[in-house]
Design a protein. Structure first.
Length: 94
């Protein structure tokens, strides 16, 4: 393995953040060349790719737990609170 391996490399300018409450917060579309997204939420949340997150139906993400998910091109990421408002950080990666 070479030290300049670029698998899952962050994309410059590809990070976004959005707040969520009992109403889902959804990011703008990520880069069209992104193949995955790195996400972190500041509170426990339910997260969904390319649609509005729905409490108790989408993927549960514990607070401050980094997760990498594959995503389609120009995907959006949405989060809704479990019990407290928070911030979703999403970074496009390739």
């Amino acid at each position: 393995m070479t030290p300049n391996n670029t698998i899952f490399a962050p994309m410059p300018g590809g990070a976004v953040k959005v707040t969520y409450t009992g109403t889902a917060g959804t990011t703008a579309a990520l880069s069209a060349s992104a193949t995955a997204v790195y996400i972190v939420t500041t509170t426990d949340a339910f997260v969904r790719i390319n649609a509005t997150a729905v409490a108790d139906q989408d993927m549960y993400v514990p607070a401050l737990t980094p997760i990498v998910l594959s995503c389609p091109k120009s995907a959006t990421v949405s989060a809704v609170q479990v019990s407290a408002n928070g911030v979703l950080y999403a970074a496009a990666i390739s």
